[in-house]
Design a protein around this ligand. Sequence first.
Ligand code: GLP
Length: 241
Amino acid sequence: MQICKVKNYQELSRKAANLIAAQITLKPDSVLGLATGSSPIGTYDRLVEMYQDGDLDFSQITTVNLDEYKGLPGSHEQSYRYFMNTHLFHRVNISYANTYVPDGTETDSEKCCQAYNELIHRVGPADIQLLGLGHDGHIGFNEPSDHFEDETHCVDLTETTIQANKRFFASEEDVPRQAYTMGIGTIMRCRKLIVLVSGKDKAAILKQVIQGPVTPEVPGSILQFHPDCTIIADEAALSEM
Ligand code: GLP
């Protein structure tokens, strides 16, 4: 694990965007594994700026997102498909057909997960996978558990996650209780991982992820075993190290 310590969210976003931009420049048909949440918003904004400046071309890029709420259609403002459209896909010259997010409208979990796994097998492991970190240590929506899941599966969201994500919904009752997420195995098979962690509220869990034992109770701790994982974290997030 490489730790890249930055001053603040702005610097974190610029550093992450630079790494992704280098990937796109060196391999224009890269597969990007993308994430949602507040952590990557600044990174997407910076990538859009680079695109507008003529420095980036997304025309041959394929993207595979980590997760989606079960039950939310892409037209729902809190769906991750909507998030990706708004923050990145509709702002750059990506071919929309090459952007993939699990299908939240599929009520048959097995069918949804199988389709997403087949897609991942077809397009290959991501060349670079962006990750955020949940307050309970989740990556994607892989919640604390007694084992690591390999591939895409349907998860029950933990109370911590429901509480953390309710700020985006009209009321707590509106937060979906389940989600589809890429598995830990799929994430670990990506060639390069970039984890974005910002803010004091993430300091305790980040310390566990970096220095604690590797355990499915803290899903992000598995990243200690990845051969090319860079954590970009600001001073506040690293304040308990
Ligand atoms: C969400 C997402 C994760 C994200 C995490 C942290 O629930 N499923 O992919 O990384 O929680 O979110 P944030 O970046 O807003 O702190």
